[in-house]
Write a protein that binds this ligand. Sequence first.
Ligand SMILES: C[S@@+](CC[C@H](N)C(=O)[O-])C[C@H]1O[C@@H](n2cnc3c(N)ncnc32)[C@H](O)[C@@H]1O
Length: 212
Amino acid sequence: MHRDFWIDRWEENRLGWHKEDAHPLLVRFVDAHPLPKGSRIFVPLCGKTRDIGWLLSQGHRVVAAELSEIAIRQLFTELQTEPTVQELGSLKRFSAPGLDAYVGDVFDLTKVQIGTVDLIHDRAAMVALPDDMRARYVSHLAEITDRAPQLVISFDYDQDLIAGPPFSVPQSQIKALYGVSYRTALLFEQDIAGGLKGVAPAKEQAWLMEPR
Ligand SMILES: C[S@@+](CC[C@H](N)C(=O)[O-])C[C@H]1O[C@@H](n2cnc3c(N)ncnc32)[C@H](O)[C@@H]1O
């Protein structure tokens, strides 16, 4: 997806993916890779997800990345926290206790900027990227986080029935994308009632990626 696609979605407030509560699969599987309180969790392509507030409420710290400044300003407003803002070249960092959110292209984020990451929480991030960007995305995240373990929520459906995003990333592609650096474990799989967008029969899946 070109960045203008997402910038326009935020400017037009067309946020069909946004959930009013923390994602049930995050709540259910956050401990699949056990972490002590105070762990630092990376939320790539974060939008203004309520998952961030939930992770903070569980005693974790969060680092996040998002193209749209509108999203990050709304995130902090909803968290009722005033951020400090720092310009860092092509990125801007919005910070509050326990939370650093970078505005800009996730591909511009460096290992030094992101700092320690104990777990990546990827919901509606990898599946938001078209096929030709996914391998670069997966290797970039592995590189800047020193192959931190990942919880990845994905979809498997017939891509010919509807266009993404969210895109279908079937099991074979999950294995191809992550299998070199990670052991992949399917934690959960369930048919989406009524199909994806009410059209395509689809399975929602949750994966745990543990570094090899
Ligand atoms: C489908 S939304 C999901 C948001 C969030 N993960 C959630 O669950 O609500 C995808 C988000 O990725 C952001 N995005 C897309 N490409 C990006 C990139 N290259 N760098 C950073 N953010 C990006 C978009 O602006 C959008 O907010």
